[in-house]
Design a protein around this ligand. Sequence first.
Ligand code: HEC
Ligand code: HEC
Length: 329
Amino acid sequence: MKSVFRVVSLVAGVITVLIVLVLVYLKVTYPRSDPPENIIIKPDPQRLQRGRYLSRNVAGCIGCHSIRDWTRFAAPPKPGTEGGGGDLINPENGFPGTITITNITPFSLGTWSDGELIRAITCGVTRNDEPLFPIMPYPNYNLISREDVYSIVTYLKTLEPIENDLKKKELNFPINFIARIIPLQSYTPVPQPLSTDTLSHGRYLTNIASCFSCHTRMEGSKYAEGMDYAGGREFMIPSGVVTSSNITPDIESGIGGWNKEMFIRRFKFFDTDSTHSLPVGKDDFNTPMPWTMYAGMTEADLGAIFEYLQTCMPVDNKVVKWTPARVTK
Ligand code: HEC
Ligand code: HEC
């Protein structure tokens, strides 16, 4: 009996040592990412304008790196917080830990080199070689063209500095270790798609705009197979649960019955002074879908996204868009 006990405690000891070794290995050798490029981006008005457009209206940098105002439709950034970060992602949102969305104005990033900014945006590694959690959509930005990432960096450096002191992040065990292996080794830019090649252009923009991640249901930590763009991902917002729509070309449950004009109009509705910041009652339907941000996209770009989505696999998946909190409670 004694020897059985001894064997068991020996095995437990060996396992503990192995686990500790794996954790130390992860901590010391990850994230594995190429060193930042040694590069200086020449700012010019064209880059500034393109960077502003991508950061504000397509890639969502400014919308996410701000404090979102849930008293307004589609929760646009509170004026004066754009780029300053501050929103929390925490266990209340079903997240294994707490992350504060960072400040990306020069107050926080002013000393980062262009190469360090490019690496953070496209690979998910900070200046201090720490991993970024992929709520920051760097896996998508890894495919951004060089010219576009140069434009975004050019624009970031012109943001009004916002001074704040944000809480650091804390991830629960074992996610804090697993998160170290998520960042990407290298930036793999795609060539800038020609605007005349509507489908490639649409696919490119759809990727940068992160439509897939919100519009595809998750099963555990993976996207459900065969459910690309079929909706069903749930978002807890202060007034209830919103479920993302099916945006596949399925006629019944998706947007297969829409035409390009209808699609563009749905977005452009929010592109006016009076619809940019519509008040919403505290128990009423609201949405994480950043309508007001995308509303600033050009009609050509929205049209290209529509045309690309129409080439995706139709999936029959009816979604109930809204469950108010006062019903679920
Ligand atoms: C959906 C939300 C979201 C979007 C969209 C987003 N980010 Fe982030 N970003 C984050 C979060 C969250 C972090 C912090 C992650 C962490 O600490 O692990 C972050 C971190 C960063 C960092 C690192 C800052 C630091 O101090 O470590 C940079 C730089 C950055 N983002 C730039 C951008 C740019 C540029 C874009 C647009 C091309 C962008 N982000 C789009 C959520 C977002
Ligand atoms: C942050 C998550 C999020 C992102 C990013 C996002 N969506 Fe959505 N989207 C939603 C949710 C949730 C809904 C359902 C609620 C609503 O109508 O706003 C929705 C609704 C829609 C609808 C309305 C469909 C209908 O049947 O009424 C369309 C169209 C749409 N999204 C297209 C897109 C496209 C195109 C992109 C990328 C450019 C995108 N979404 C990015 C969350 C998101």
